[in-house]
Design a protein around this ligand. Structure first.
Ligand code: ZN
Length: 109
């Protein structure tokens, strides 16, 4: 069972109170974008074994969306932060680098 903390209202609860919304920090493509960019937006997602940034919604609470960083192998949460960001906060990235030396954001094979 995953335990999450909503950064919007501060409630800590089991994952059944939340709903996962997929990968965070996607670049949205729309009319006017080229086919490759649109295809990437629609169909390509990161699926790392390790650090992953995700969207979550506090469905049975405040109802707001937020972002979370978690290790998909160990299920360790690194942090939660508001969804109104285009990149993870630098403090969170530094915290992850300290726990996972050599890790870099969006550095996948
Ligand atoms: Zn909430």
């Amino acid at each position: 069972m995953l335990i999450l903390t909503c950064p919007c209202c501060g409630v800590t609860a089991e994952e059944t109170e939340f709903h996962g919304g997929g990968e965070a920090h996607l670049t949205r493509e729309g009319p006017g974008s080229d086919d490759a960019a649109l295809e990437g937006y629609l169909f390509h997602r990161e699926n790392p074994r390790g650090v992953h940034f995700e969207r979550w919604r506090h469905v049975y609470g405040c109802g707001k969306w937020f972002h979370a960083a978690r290790d998909t192998a160990t299920l360790e949460w690194f942090g939660f932060y508001p969804a109104q960001t285009s990149e993870p906060p630098e403090a969170l990235l530094e915290q992850i680098r300290q726990k996972r030396p050599g890790w870099r954001w969006r550095d996948f094979a």
